[in-house]
Structure formats: structure tokens, C-alpha cells
Design a binder for this molecule. Sequence first.
Ligand SMILES: [Zn+2]
Length: 367
Amino acid sequence: MIRPTVVKNLWGRAGGRCSICRIELTSVEGEGVLGEMAHIDARSADGPRANPDLDADTLDSYENLMLLCPNDHTTVDRAVEQWPVERLREVKREHELWIALRLSEGSALPFVLDTSAHRQERRSYWKGLDRHSWLCCSLTPLALSQDVIDPLGASYRRLISVLDLPQFVKIYLNPHPNPTLTEPNSNGLVNEDFRRLREGVGYRVEIFRNGYVEFVTCIDELLGRFPVAEMEPGRAVRRTRISDHRLMRCRRLLPYFPFADSLTAQVKALLRVWRDGTLPFRDMVLSTFVIGAQGTCILRPGQSDEVVGRPLEGDEVGYEAATERDVDTQELLGVVLRRLANAFGLELDPAFTAAGELVAPSYLAVS
Ligand SMILES: [Zn+2]
């Protein structure tokens, strides 16, 4: 017997929607409802995911129930291997968060508190690796819990070795992460190649057991190509459109196209892990950060290369947004590139041509 308080909590926290397909489960007219309160561990001893250790109260508790539509209820009870207890719990939790998120728009969001510490910790980690500059991209689940996925399974290992590396990394290393460099670590699964880090090239792809995925590239090679002497006021060999005062603070130049290409490749790889690796989340937080690039200006390619915009003031700059698995990749990349360009005092609209080619940013006029 499911207690009335459990029923109310279940329907309320799920927003009256199926936890899997999110279809509305209340009827617009009349009193009928479509929703079914599905048991995660089966109520009967020979049912799907049955656990003989659980007593009747536990089986009918809020923790062991989830709201589903009839179709998905049938699916999860038939395909028990694809829908183990852990996955159902994760789906339920994520769905309830998704509802909470939508109902609390504009106010302090619970998920931000939940994962911002983790994301901050990752950035601090990369910042701690001094004397290098990094382009760090990651996907974080809306809420973190232990052992949501098994990254050591064959599918994630295979997936890592087919990801595309950024163009400038390919020149020095391989087109794809070398499978012999894939290994387990304390977080989960990692593939890294830092053997040429002294030359400013290296990357790390890491898949955590909690579902967090990170792709980091050292961008020193890009930054290192332009000697500082060339950039001193009056001695600049390139036409500049920033005032001498600003140029004084400009320490390094970052050529836009290889930078944007790297960011694009890294974000696409993460989305591929999310989609093809079947990370069990519908929403995740995408983070893209440039770390250790204080005083960097963007170099805009053209007939004569131009230094444009303004040097980066802080040591880190980035953009974060919650995003859906089915988001349009190009659209998402457009937003990310635009935000990063803005941080360098540049304007970028659109980020891509209709044919999908990168567009150079333009100078953001300062009045
Ligand atoms: Zn459904």
C-alpha cells in the first residue's frame, strides 16, 4: 500500500510528468491520469529488479518509486538489463532536479550550489599546473553522485580513441587519442599525452565515474608563436587597432582561428561522449575556460594580421551554461565562441558562416 504522502511527493516533485520522456501525465479534462507509480525494485519477489532483502514498507517508499508513463513503465520492466536500479534512480533524481530548475527560474538554483564547488575545484587544479595556459572544456551533471557510470567499460575506452583532437594538436601528436595511452585513474578513465608539454602541446581527456567529463588542451604552442618584442608600441610589425596604453598590457597573442578550432573540437568531443557514450543525463553544465592566459590579446587573421580587442585582465575567463543533450551543436558553439570573444573585447556575430566555417571576430568599438 503506497501511503498518500508518498503519492503527493512523487507526483509533485516529478511535476506530473513522466521521469523518462517528460510527457504530461495529468489529463486536461476530466479526472483521469496517465501516470503510473513504478517500483524501482519490484513489489513482487519475481518482478523486475526484485530485491528479497527489502520489506514491504521500503518497497512502497518514496525512494523506491518513480513516476512514469505507461509506455516507459513497460519498457523499463521488460528491459531490466538496460534499466538497472542505479540508472532508474539517476533518471528520477535528474528529472526532479529538472523540474525544480524550471520552477525556480531567476532565483538561486539548487544545482548551481551542488556542482559549482566541483567545477571550481577542477579549474583550480589546472591553474595549479603553472607556467602553462590551458583551454579547459567540461560537462558536469546537474547533480553529482558517486559511480553513476562505469567509465572502464569497453564502450568508453573505444569512444575515447575515436575523438577528434584539435588541429594544432594533431600536427604534433595524433589525429585521435592513442588507445595505448588510455588508462584507469582514481577518477575513472583518462587518456593524456603530455610528452611534448615543454613545446606547449598536450591534452587530457578524462571521464569520471560520477559522469563528469573533461577535455583540456595546453595552448602554449598557440600563444608562443609571437615574440613579445614585436608587440611593443611603435615597434609592432602588425597593424593594431588597440591603443598603445592597452598594447602595453598585452603580453601574448592568441591567433583566433586555431583557438576557435580547438574549442570547437573539444566541445564536439564532449558532446560525443555524452551522446554516443550514453551518459545518463538529459541536462549537463557545459564549461569552457581559458586558464593562465593573463595579458593575452586575440590576433585576428586577415590580409595583415591584426591585434584587436583588449588583453585579458584576469587569469581565467570562461562561460558556463546548462544545456540539453539534444541541443543544436553549432548553435551552442556559436554562443560559447561569442561569449569568449566578448571577454577579449571582440564582437562575433555570427560565429559561423552558413557553410559552418569559422568567422573572424571584429573589433568591439569602445566609445
Ligand atoms: Zn514516458
